[in-house]
Design a protein around this ligand. Sequence first.
Ligand code: UGA
Length: 436
Amino acid sequence: MKICVLGVGYVGLTTAALFSDLGNVVHCIDINEERIANLKKGIMPIYEPGLKEIVERNIAENRLLFSTDTASAVKETEIIFICVGTPPQASGETDLSQVQSAAISIAKALNGYKIVVNKSTVPVGTGDFVRRTIEENRLENHNFDVVSNPEFLREGSAVQDSFEPDRIVIGAPNKQVALKLLELYATLERPMHITDLYSAEIIKYASNAFLATKISFINAISHLCEEVGADVTVVAKGMGADSRIGRAFLNAGIGYGGSCFPKDVESLIHTSGTYGYDFKMLKEVISVNKGMVPHMIGRIEELIGDVKGKTIGVLGLAFKPNTDDIREAKAIDMIQILMERGATVKAFDPQAMEHTKAIVPDVTYTQNAYEVAENADALVLATEWREFKLLDMERIRNSMNQPVLLDGRNFYNPEEKTRMGFTYYGLGRGIFRPNS
Ligand code: UGA
């Protein structure tokens, strides 16, 4: 099949890589000329394990074409995926201007029947908005259908999530259109859910909001655990063993970040509000999430006193491991507060330091994790990169001003670290003193 993908960010590029690898010809369009020029040379705009190889392979096979010319690509293809950005506005409402521009471009280029598939994360009702926009702007009276096919990939495992999704949701206006999309995904042999347009749109937001709720729930439980001397990781394991609950997304930590959960929860609250439902539960999910970094700062101060004039080392900056994305990264919120309070901050991240420098330039960025720890009064793990598990912790302990380790992701074993002479704090696990 011939496919057009509008917008080559995380979702667009991964979608294009998937469909081209399945043997389709995919025209990838973006208004960012530099991004397109780079992609033609195989330079990725994002870091995503495995993606570069697939993109290079399909460029070489002439199945993956990059251009800024939307009109030609729309005319050439029958199925058009809208994968543009849907950033939040201050009110929490989703900014649909890029979706609108994409719909207008499609309308102006309509030269026959098209299936317009919305893959961007958008509030319920956006399918209708895309339909109206195309109807109002089309120059020739060709038919088209609008489908919602939300994307559930996670950054850091985008390729795997796209090739092996838990489910594929297709919100289609009729059976014929649904079948066309089914055909496109058939070779993946994954469960397909054919729904109406509105339900598909809500499935995406409800899924993300539910996962965020799971995280805030376990983070709320982590406060109680600390107070009574329980261990939240043990609690999560016990809860997760119930198949109705499941262990996933029950890791307590300094909170969820990224380009999805924070904005999608806000957007769902906003959309619900416009339909007359005050989604108070999700407001509390946000509030718990926002409280996690201040809670961690409180524990740092409890262990080393006033941070003014002290040196704090931060391991990990990205909002989660295996990505260079720092959008809504909790490490950055934490660094900003520490610096406001007069601390000197050193940091290391395997992928995200370049992006972070633009936001917090006054941090000392080091070459590796060991330099972060040198002369530090406390070392805080903010992002659980696997390589941080393999560090020589004895070397780290010996180089620190005082061996204080705060674990923002419950990544380390408290007993092991205290045995090594660290004072260790884990969120929802409490403070452990070194064995004397
Ligand atoms: C999330 C969803 O997981 C995807 O299914 C969805 O497609 C995507 O949003 C999207 O809407 O585009 P993503 O934001 O890439 O994916 O990252 P996640 O792996 O979900 O992690 C989000 C945040 O939650 C991270 O900051 C992570 O550290 C935090 N988290 C996750 C926890 O604090 N505890 C957990 O148990 C799990």
